[in-house]
Structures are given as structure tokens and as C-alpha cells.
Ligand binder design. Structure first.
Ligand code: NAI
Ligand code: MG
Length: 351
């Protein structure tokens, strides 16, 4: 019996977003299972043409897919800064309740890291960042704006429900990894109300996972350890803001923005999860066939894994790892298309 094909919404976006997504789809095609693709034109170009960012009808349609693949959106010449972040990316994350933002920080053999003398196996971290609360919830306000007496507040929202569900996800994730270690990263000594809720929740859920070793590190110390002792970490669970910052640092130590993948996940599947490279639309190199599509291809691997296609995901990851070793062997600079072709060929067993 033929199985139902998987319905995938594709949002290439702007700039190199369209270029890297094309290569991600090439690899997806090579991996085997049938995907039914629908492209959505969203981002700076659409905004410049029509003034629309994310029409309600499109949001409704997106709900019907099994998953979403996004390239990158934004173009400083066409759209005011922050508009697409808030009204497109954050809106999808909130509306689809993507309460887990999953970002692997893994140094692949052959990739250069700015950390001297760090063997690849020392950097293998999964950051589980809370995606819907904290300072990003958008609560607060301003009064006497524009006067010397202006007051601005931005509140950090932390709910027992919201903290517990992401902490549970992180423990379950740690349980599946060889080291089975979970570190809570926060700032409990100063952010006493939010920190207390996170710490108590973490400790309570820990009792259900006796095999998982637990640890706590303040966010400021964590930035130091990411550089000085990255092997200290296995899985990290943290709030939205701290997770945002530490994953950029993670991308830097694990070989840069061209390799960093991410998933915005609704673990229960109540709405589609969205997978995307961490980088933006890179207007400086857009249209030049220069962008590294690897972050997008690794995001495709995360998407496959999320859909339960674990073997297919592993094949894509292995193809990327093998390709990277060849880069070290001196393949020199390849174009976006060439990297996509080479990885796709490995996935289908060619190269
Ligand atoms: P960016 O990530 O687009 O670029 C930063 C630097 O990294 C640039 O020099 C770029 O050439 C380089 N770079 C990024 N991805 C690369 C790749 N795959 N291969 C090789 N080099 C790569 O960040 P930037 O410049 O701050 O933002 C550009 C636009 O992208 C802005 O409009 C911004 O709002 C948007 N943006 C969108 C994101 C998203 O859609 N999730 C995330 C970050 C930024
Ligand atoms: Mg960021």
C-alpha cells in the first residue's frame, strides 16, 4: 500500500533564503519519502509588493501541513527592521505554540572552531530554548514616551505550565542521549521569582528521571563555559532570552552561521513545527550562489527526525558529515548549488 505523502509548506523567504531552501529541497528529494510541497511567498518582497506580512488566511492554511521549512526573511531596503521578526516569525511561533526551540550545537569533524585545541567530540550540545514566554511574550508598555521622564517596562512572563512542559521535553531529550546530562541555565540568584519557578520545576521533574544527571549554571557563567569548557554540557534547558543569546554563541563555536540549524517545535503536533537555518537572508551575498546551504540541509534532517523518519534524518546528517570532511581535504570553494548537489548525491548513495 502506498503511504500518504507528507505535506510540507515551504517558505523560502528573501535573499539567500530562496537559494539555500532550493538545496535543502534537493536533499529532501534525494532521501526518498514522498513529500507534497507547497511554496508560500512571504517576506520582504511580498511586503514591498502588497503591504502584507502574514494574512490570516495564509496562517490558517499553514496549520494544515505536517511541517514547515523556512529559509530566511528580511531585507533592510524593503521592510522596517523588526517587522517580519515580530509579525511573521514570532507570530507563527506563538500561534502554533512552538514552545520548544531546538538548536543543536555540534562541532563536526573537519570544521574549524575559534576555540584552539578543542576536539570535535567536546562540542556536542543540544539547547532546548523555551519559545513562547519570558521577555519575548510582548508584555509591558511605555509612558511619557519621548520625554525625559519616559518609563518603559518589558516583563518576563513565566507560567508554571509553560516552564514545566519545556523542562519535561528537555529531560526526555537528555534521557535519549548517551551522556544523559541536563543543565538548567538561568539567573536564579538575581531573577528570583522566575528563577525560583524554573528551579523548583526542574528539581521536581528530575525525580522522574533518575538516570539523568542534572546541573545548574548561571547564564553569565554559561557563556564562559561555552568557550572554556564546552564539554561540560550535553542538553541545556533555558528560557527564551538566554536561549537566544547562548545559541548564537553556540553557532560561533561550532563552526559558524553557515552550519547552524534549528527547529521551532510543537511536540504534541497540535500545529506544524517549523525548521529553519539560524542565519538570516544575508543581503550582502544574496544572488551570488555563494551561501552555504548546509544549515538548511541540517534543518531538513531535523524536520525528518521530527516526522519520525529517523533513518532518513541520520542519512542526511551522515552525508553532511562526510561532505565536511572532504571540504577539509581541500575541495576549495564550491557554489551553493554544488554543495547541495554533492550532499544530495551522497544521500542517494551516489558519491
Ligand atoms: P545574516 O545571518 O543574514 O548575515 C550575517 C553574516 O553572515 C553576513 O555577512 C552573511 O553574509 C553571513 N551568512 C549568513 N548566512 C550565511 C550562509 N548560509 N552562508 C554564508 N554566509 C552566511 O544576518 P544579518 O545580516 O544580521 O541580517 C540580514 C537580514 O536577515 C535582516 O533583514 C535580518 O532581519 C534578517 N534575519 C532573518 C532571520 C530569519 O529569517 N530567521 C534571522 C536573522 C536575520
Ligand atoms: Mg537570534
Amino acid at each position: 500500500m502506498e503511504s500518504r505523502s507528507i505535506r510540507l509548506a515551504v517558505i523560502p523567504g528573501d535573499g539567500i533564503g530562496t537559494e539555500v531552501v532550493a538545496e535543502g529541497l534537493k536533499v529532501l528529494e534525494a532521501v526518498g519519502p514522498k513529500f507534497d510541497l507547497t511554496h508560500y511567498d512571504l517576506g520582504a518582497d511580498r511586503y514591498a509588493r502588497t503591504g502584507e506580512v502574514l494574512p490570516d488566511s495564509v496562517l490558517q492554511e499553514l496549520r494544515g501541513y505536517d511541517a514547515i521549512l523556512l529559509g530566511a526573511v528580511g531585507d533592510p531596503r524593503k521592510v522596517p527592521p523588526g517587522l517580519l521578526e515580530r509579525d511573521l516569525l514570532l507570530r507563527i511561533r506563538f500561534e502554533f505554540d512552538h514552545y520548544v526551540n531546538l538548536r543543536p550545537v555540534k562541532l563536526l569533524p573537519g570544521v574549524e572552531t575559534p576555540l584552539a585545541d578543542t576536539p570535535a567530540e567536546n562540542i556536542d550540545i543540544v539547547v532546548v530554548r523555551e519559545g513562547t514566554e519570558s521577555l519575548y511574550a510582548g508584555t509591558g508598555g511605555a509612558m511619557r514616551k519621548g520625554t525625559p521622564y519616559e518609563v518603559a517596562t518589558q516583563e518576563s512572563i513565566n507560567t508554571a505550565y509553560g516552564v514545566e512542559r519545556v523542562v519535561r521535553f528537555a529531560f526526555a531529550k537528555a534521557q535519549t542521549r548517551p551522556r544523559k546530562k541536563l543543565t538548567l541555565v538561568h539567573k536564579t540568584n538575581v531573577l528570583t521569582f522566575a528563577g525560583d519557578l524554573w528551579q523548583r520545576t526542574f528539581d521536581r521533574v528530575a525525580e522522574e528521571y533518575p538516570e539523568v544527571t542534572t546541573d545548574y549554571v548561571h547564564i553569565d557563567a554559561a557563556t564562559m563555559f561555552f568557550v572554556s569548557q564546552p564539554e561540560r554540557f550535553d542538553v541545556i534547558v533555558t528560557d527564551n532570552l538566554f536561549g537566544d543569546i547562548i545559541t548564537d554563541l553556540g553557532a560561533a563555536v561550532a563552526g559558524g552561521i553557515g552550519l547552524a540549524a534549528s527547529g521551532n517545535i510543537n511536540p504534541e503536533g497540535a500545529a506544524p513545527s517549523m525548521f529553519e537555518p539560524v542565519h538570516g537572508s544575508a543581503p550582502d551575498i544574496a544572488g551570488q550562489n555563494k551561501a552555504d546551504p548546509t544549515a538548511t540541509i541540517l534543518s531538513v534532517a531535523m524536520l525528518l527526525d521530527h516526522l519520525g523518519l529517523n533513518q532518513e534524518a541520520a542519512r542526511v546528517e551522515q552525508a553532511v558529515a562526510d561532505d565536511i570532511v572532504e571540504r577539509l581535504a581541500g575541495w576549495g570553494s564550491r557554489t551553493t548549488h554544488e554543495i547541495g548537489d554533492d550532499i544530495a548525491a551522497r544521500v542517494s548513495g551516489g558519491a
